[in-house]
Write a protein of this length. Structure first.
Length: 215
């Protein structure tokens, strides 16, 4: 690597997503030994040799870092990309973290979705919910934002249905809820800053190609 090469910075969504991402990156020669130290409290990790930097962030912040160029590349769930709606390029479906964005509720709520009734929707994803009900279904709804355990909404009577991620479906089942409508499939995606895509085209395109060939 030449001395004057600038660092490429990656923002990864914390948790299982970051672990899967580093496992995948390793397969195409993108490594970061520093990051494997579980006890480290460091926030940013460097591979001096390859001129790469990595940091972990809360999922919803990843598209923000990438839009403003604080990270050249981000890896985050499609749910977050849709919800945050930032000006970034989505370049690759990484295939893991597969799940679905759905409208869920008790079976009896199915009727409420058929007749364009005014209903209450609780969700961690108010923008996705808004887009689905207003633009796709043309149903006027009242959307209430929650920050987690969204399944509680219809159970305690805060709303009629929820818009949430369904992976195995066990959370729904254990709480007497079911999938009423499917909004879209989700998985981990790679996003790129729009300026970086031009300025660092060679390195970024090579990375995308290598990943694509591996996937
Ligand atoms: C997610 C999602 C559902 C659950 C779905 O919640 O919001 O609650 O996982 O998974 P399942 O279909 O396999 O049961 P998460 O655990 O991320 O926490 P949260 O409810 O606090 O958002």
């Amino acid at each position: 690597m030449s001395e004057d090469m600038r660092y490429l910075t990656f923002a990864l969504g914390k948790g299982r997503l970051a672990k899967n991402t580093m496992d995948l990156f390793e397969k195409v020669g993108i490594t970061c030994e520093e990051m494997k130290d579980k006890d480290s409290r460091k926030l940013i990790f460097v591979n001096e040799e390859l001129k790469l930097k990595f940091f972990l962030a809360k999922g919803p912040d990843v598209p923000t870092y990438v839009e403003y160029g604080a990270a050249d590349i981000g890896v985050v769930g499609k749910d977050t990309i849709l919800e945050e709606n930032r000006r970034v390029y989505e370049v690759l479906d990484l295939g893991y973290g597969k799940c679905r964005m759905c409208v869920c509720g008790p079976a009896k709520a199915k009727e409420l979705l058929k007749h364009h009734e005014m209903i209450r929707v609780t969700s961690k994803y108010p923008n996705i919910a808004k887009d689905y009900f207003y633009n796709k279904k043309h149903q006027t709804v009242d959307i209430i934002k929650l920050n987690g355990s969204v399944e509680l909404g219809p159970i305690v009577g805060l709303g009629d249905v929820i818009v949430d991620i369904v992976e195995t479906g066990s959370t729904l089942k254990e709480n007497g809820l079911e999938v009423l409508e499917e909004i879209c499939p989700l998985s981990a995606r790679m996003i790129v800053n729009q300026v970086s895509m031009k300025m660092e085209a060679e390195r970024i395109k090579k990375l995308i190609q290598d990943l694509r060939a591996f996937l």
